[in-house]
Structure formats: structure tokens, C-alpha cells
Design a protein around this ligand. Structure first.
Ligand code: FE2
Ligand code: FE2
Ligand code: FE2
Ligand code: FE2
Length: 288
């Protein structure tokens, strides 16, 4: 494979997932959480690596400045998706997501059709290969693997669906559909915490630091018991009562994780481990 083909394969993998997450976000706004966490892990590090390698090798400063400017614009649009998501503004979520994908498609096209052929004429294949290798290395180092933000965004996604559930009261078929989504996402979230995140923290935590984990696990049992007793065939009145109970428990539980536990976990785990856990947990979240 030539260096240009390698970059193309890498781009296709990245953009394939991003396009898929953008489509999901447009049809189900809560999925913006996944789009944002995926891009902040894999796309931002990719752009930073390119600026330090491939862009630096191009002497056409006007072109390079424009490409860097496009990186900023892509990042700004992603932030605009996040702010529309925070406000629950559905029309803005859809339009900013569309704008984001349009910019990204154009930018990737320019890299493959303009930048790479230029570099291929200027550098030997070996030099270009070395540059791509260096880019991969920098990309790996620049990954933030922020587990705090990943799990906090998953809380947001579930909260978004719970508030939809609230609004759908009175339409029992819609409510049931949303409830089963909330249940699947919440059970998966708890499973990832108990089977992946907390055990990894347990291995690295200082003595006495794992107390909050035991409290969180006990609260998970209370949360799952509400989910289980609600069931599928529940009547409207008890569904509404159970949603209230669920919101009450989650509000307190999630705050404790976000303020105390997740920051501790981020600090305790080393980068290579966080990279691995981020990937595994992201994939688990995206599967439901
Ligand atoms: Fe780029
Ligand atoms: Fe790129
Ligand atoms: Fe939890
Ligand atoms: Fe959580």
C-alpha cells in the first residue's frame, strides 16, 4: 500500500464511523452524546497529528493555513452540535450535524486529492511513509481518553431519553418504546461501570479510595430494581410513578459519580489503560 492509500484507509475508517453517528444523531438527537465523545477522542487527535507532520511538510503556506483553518471550523461546528444538544434544540442539532459532516467530507477530500499528491511529488515514498508513521504515533499520544467525559455524556444521553419519556406520558405505545431504550442503555451503562471501569480503578486505587465504588454499586441495585419492577406491561400510572423514582435516584447517583468518582478514576489510570477502556466502553454504549 502506498502512503496515500494508507491515509485513505485510515480516513475511511474514521469518516465511516462519524457518518454513521451523525445519521444516528439526526434521527435520534440523544445520540449526539456518542458523536461528540467519538470525535473528541479520535478526530481531534487525528487533526493535531496531521498539523504536526503532513501539513508541516507542505511548503504551500496559503494552502496549509486554509487546512488548519478548516480544522478549527470543524471543531467549532462540533462544539455547536454540543451546545444545541445541551439546549435540547432539535432543529439546531440536525443542522449543525449536517454542517459538520459537510465540512468534514470536503476537508478529507482536499487532503486526499490535493495534499497527498503534492507531498508524493515532493518527497520520496520512504520519507512520506515515515511521516505517516509519525502521524500515527502522535495521534495515539494526543488521545485524551477522558473516561469522566465519556461516562458523563452517557448520563446525558440517558437523561435526554428520560425527559422524552416524561413528555410522552399519555401515549402508552411511544412511552413503552422509549422506556425499553432507557432500560437497555442504563443497564449497559451500569454493566460497563461494574465490569470494566470500576475493576480497573480497583487495581490502581490507593487504599481507602474504593469506598465510593461500593456505595455506587449499592445504588445500582436500587436503580435496576426500579427498571425491573417497571417491566414491559406496566400501566400508565405506575410508569409515571417509577419514572419519578428513577429520576430521583439517578440525579443523586450521577452527580456523585461526576463530581467524585470519575475524576478520581481519570487520575488513577494511566494513559494506555484509559485508551483501552475508552474504546471498549464506547463500543458498548454505541451498541445500545
Ligand atoms: Fe485534516
Ligand atoms: Fe485527515
Ligand atoms: Fe453508576
Ligand atoms: Fe454512571
Amino acid at each position: 500500500m502506498t502512503p496515500a492509500e494508507k491515509l485513505h484507509v485510515h480516513h475511511e475508517k474514521l469518516i465511516g464511523t462519524i457518518r454513521d453517528l451523525a445519521e444516528r444523531t439526526k434521527s435520534d438527537n440523544a445520540e449526539a452524546s456518542l458523536l461528540i465523545t467519538f470525535c473528541s477522542e479520535y478526530l481531534i487527535s487525528h487533526a493535531e497529528a496531521e498539523e504536526a507532520t503532513l501539513y508541516r511538510a507542505d511548503t504551500d503556506t496559503g494552502f496549509v493555513e486554509n487546512m488548519i483553518h478548516e480544522h478549527r471550523a470543524i471543531k467549532d461546528t462540533l462544539e455547536a452540535v454540543g451546545s444545541a444538544y445541551g439546549k435540547g434544540d432539535s432543529a439546531a442539532i440536525v443542522s449543525e450535524t449536517q454542517e459538520f459532516i459537510t465540512l468534514l467530507n470536503k476537508h478529507f477530500g482536499e487532503e486526499e486529492n490535493t495534499l497527498m499528491p503534492k507531498l508524493a511529488r515532493k518527497l520520496t515514498q520512504e520519507e512520506l511513509e515515515g511521516l505517516i508513521q509519525e502521524a500515527h504515533q502522535i495521534e495515539a499520544e494526543k488521545k485524551k481518553s477522558d473516561l469522566w467525559s465519556l461516562f458523563e455524556h452517557d448520563h446525558k444521553r440517558i437523561d435526554f431519553n428520560i425527559s422524552r419519556l416524561r413528555k410522552s406520558a399519555g401515549n402508552s405505545e411511544t412511552a413503552k418504546g422509549i422506556f425499553s431504550k432507557v432500560r437497555a442503555q442504563l443497564l449497559k451503562h451500569i454493566e460497563l461501570e461494574e465490569a470494566v471501569l470500576f475493576p480497573a480503578f480497583g487495581e490502581h486505587a490507593a487504599p481507602g479510595q474504593t469506598g465510593p465504588v461500593q456505595v455506587m454499586i449499592a445504588e445500582h441495585r436500587e436503580i435496576t430494581s426500579i427498571l425491573v419492577t417497571t417491566g414491559d406491561s406496566v400501566d400508565e400510572k405506575s410508569l409515571s410513578k417509577n419514572i419519578d423514582a428513577l429520576i430521583g435516584k439517578l440525579t443523586v447517583h450521577n452527580k456523585k459519580e461526576e463530581i467524585i468518582l470519575y475524576p478520581m478514576i481519570n487520575r488513577a489510570l494511566r494513559a494506555p489503560e484509559r485508551v483501552k477502556i475508552f474504546k471498549e466502553c464506547f463500543e458498548g454504549m454505541a451498541a445500545v
